[in-house]
Design a protein around this ligand. Sequence first.
Ligand code: ADP
Length: 160
Amino acid sequence: MKAIYPGTFDPITLGHLNILEKASKIFDEVILGVADYTAKQNYFDPLERFELCQTCTAHLSNVKVIRFTGLVVNFAKEQNCRILIRGLRAVSDFEYELSLALHNVKLSPEIETIFLVPSLRYMYLSSSMIRQLADLDADLNDFVPPAVAKALKQKLNRKS
Ligand code: ADP
């Protein structure tokens, strides 16, 4: 069975990879769907986010990275896929993720969302925290894959 793990991945973190690795053991094929659209402000542009996801998931043979525009449910239909994976961290994710899943079911009743919980050490890791820490030139190697740490460093150097 195939599943889609959709998100903006701005940028992809070890928390996302933890969820993806778990999903890749459960499903035959997992599509990491990188959304062009984000309601938040873009840090990396869609192509950069896509390329970083590709680099960081190269070790997972049943994972394919695909960029998409528009609604996740339409992307899932195009891919002939009925399962969406989302990650659930602390309580703060719950309301938003539940609302998103219910809206997706309303838009497309045949699509189900499955939530996976990360390992404890990734529970409080978020892309927004990484973006803030990167702007303050923190060492990010415990939080993101090396390619992402390098890309964040380059971005900071271009800004200064
Ligand atoms: P969004 O799609 O809301 O922009 P992201 O791209 O940051 O969110 O993340 C995609 C999914 O991965 C979301 O379900 C989010 O809750 C989940 N996620 C993000 N970071 C982690 C983490 N550290 N552990 C588990 N799940 C996570």
